[in-house]
Design a protein around this ligand. Structure first.
Ligand code: LYS
Length: 253
């Protein structure tokens, strides 16, 4: 009995940890795709009241429609998004992840849906480029490519981590830090929306290609997504969306 119990427990554990990512066919049969995002990164993914929206959310809606799918959204902390793919808690993540070597070890990236990069933002107009970060306190969101790239600037005084990008921005706004590094389109939107706040946009610290991700090796779902993404990029609907949000086309060229 004891042995039986132990074996049963072991089997249950195996099943829990070897849950297989759903293939394109399985997702299509269901008709619904479960997509996770952060919801705290305007204008890419954010809440307008209680409605999840943003450039990436609307891009995903276009892509899913081409695939014949409806999206069931899940929002949670940036840090947990890619990990959830490994545990098959959702089918896909779209949350402004830059394609990095490190992340590509753990997940499979789709084709990029926009190109951007980390920008230096400060209140002091003298802080513009990487060399101006010397001796400065820099705010970044935890788990981001901003953190990774700021870490490489050895001359900085200190890097402060924040759970969300909004928190990192607040730290600069209240002058608890000298610099905030975030996405260039996020920075542009914040500066335009708060013209009196005194945010000065500096140089780009690095550039990156931003893509959705599926569980490592889920090539059928990635291929299905890529095909539909190519279609919305060709039929004018992506271009219209990009113009609405950024007044320019943000696709990678
Ligand atoms: N593009 C950055 C990265 O890849 C930021 C992602 C979004 C953070 N809210 O880490």
């Amino acid at each position: 009995m004891q042995l039986f119990k132990a074996v049963a427990t072991a089997l249950a554990l195996c099943a829990a940890f070897s849950a297989q990512a759903r293939t394109l066919d399985e997702v299509k049969k269901d008709g619904k795709i479960l997509i996770a995002t952060e919801g705290q990164f305007a204008p890419f993914n954010f809440f307008n009241g209680t409605t999840l929206t943003g450039f990436e959310v609307e891009t995903a809606e276009l892509v899913a429609k081409k695939m014949g799918l409806t999206i069931q959204w899940k929002t949670l902390g940036f840090d947990a998004l890619l990990t959830g793919l490994r545990q098959d808690r959702w089918d896909l993540v779209i949350a402004s992840h830059g394609i990095t070597e490190e992340r590509a070890k753990a997940v499979t990236f789709t084709e990029p849906h926009y190109c951007s990069g980390g920008m230096i933002i400060a209140m002091d107009p003298a802080i513009k480029s990487a060399k101006d970060l010397a001796g400065k306190v820099v705010a970044v969101q935890t788990g981001t490519s901003y953190l990774e790239n700021v870490q490489k600037v050895s001359s900085i005084k200190e890097m402060k981590n924040f759970p969300t990008d909004v928190d990192a921005r607040s730290a600069l706004n209240s002058r608890r830090v000298d610099v905030w590094v975030t996405d260039r389109f996020v920075a542009k939107a914040v500066a335009e929306k708060n013209p009196g706040a005194g945010f000065k946009l500096g140089d780009m610290l690095f550039i990156e290609r931003i893509a959705a991700a599926v569980a490592k090796g889920n090539s059928s779902l990635a291929a299905g997504w890529n095909k539909a993404l190519a279609e919305v990029m060709a039929d004018g609907s992506y271009a219209a969306l990009s113009k609405k949000y950024f007044n320019e086309d943000v696709r990678c060229t």
